[in-house]
Design a protein around this ligand. Structure first.
Ligand SMILES: [Zn+2]
Length: 164
C-alpha cells in the first residue's frame, strides 16, 4: 500500500523563455498551481504521512519568493540591461520595495522550475518523508510532472547541475 499526501499552492509569476519562438518568448505571467506530493514508508504515531502545515511551510519557503516575481534565464538579453542600476531601480515596486527578480542558469520553463523547486522543497522535509511528485500547472490545461529518481536522494541537485 502506498499512501501519499498532497498540498497545493499558487503563485502569480512572470517569466520569459529564451531559445523559443512561441508566445512564452514574450514577457508575461502565469497563475502557477504547484502540487507537491509527499510519501513515507509508514504512517507516524499520529497516523499521518506529514502534517499538512509542515508541507505548506516547506513549499512556502521555496515558492513564495516567486509570487509576484519575474524569473529570467541568465542568457536572456534583458538580463544584461538589468545589470544597469537604473533599470533595476525602475523594476522596484512602487512602494520602494526591491524588485522581485530571479535570474537562473536555466530557461524558466515549467519543467525547469518544477525540478529546481522540488530539490529545494525535498531538503526542507524531515526523513523518512520523501517527495513522490511535483506537478506544476502553467495554465489550466497544461501541466508537467517531476518525479524524483530515488527516495530520499537528497544529494542530487538536478535543477542546478543539469540546467543549461
Ligand atoms: Zn509562459
Amino acid at each position: 500500500m502506498i499512501i501519499t499526501a498532497t498540498k497545493i499552492m499558487r503563485t502569480e509569476t512572470a517569466h520569459r523563455l529564451t531559445n523559443y519562438s512561441g508566445r512564452c518568448s514574450h514577457l508575461h505571467g502565469h497563475s502557477y498551481r504547484w502540487e507537491v506530493t509527499a510519501g513515507a514508508p509508514e504512517l507516524d504515531e499520529r497516523g499521518m504521512i506529514i502534517d499538512f502545515g509542515d508541507l505548506k511551510k516547506a513549499m512556502h519557503k521555496v515558492l513564495d519568493p516567486w509570487d509576484h516575481a519575474l524569473i529570467l534565464h541568465n542568457k536572456d538579453p534583458m538580463v544584461i540591461d538589468l545589470e544597469n542600476q537604473r533599470a533595476l531601480d525602475l523594476l522596484n515596486a512602487t512602494n520602494g520595495e526591491a524588485a522581485r527578480l530571479f535570474v537562473y542558469n536555466f530557461n524558466p520553463t515549467a519543467e525547469n522550475l518544477a525540478r529546481y523547486s522540488l530539490n529545494l522543497i525535498k531538503n526542507e522535509l524531515p526523513l523518512p518523508i520523501f517527495l513522490v511528485k511535483m506537478r506544476v500547472f502553467e495554465t489550466e490545461s497544461c501541466y508537467v510532472d517531476v518525479l524524483p529518481r530515488g527516495r530520499n536522494d537528497r544529494a542530487s541537485q538536478v535543477g542546478d547541475k543539469d540546467a543549461q
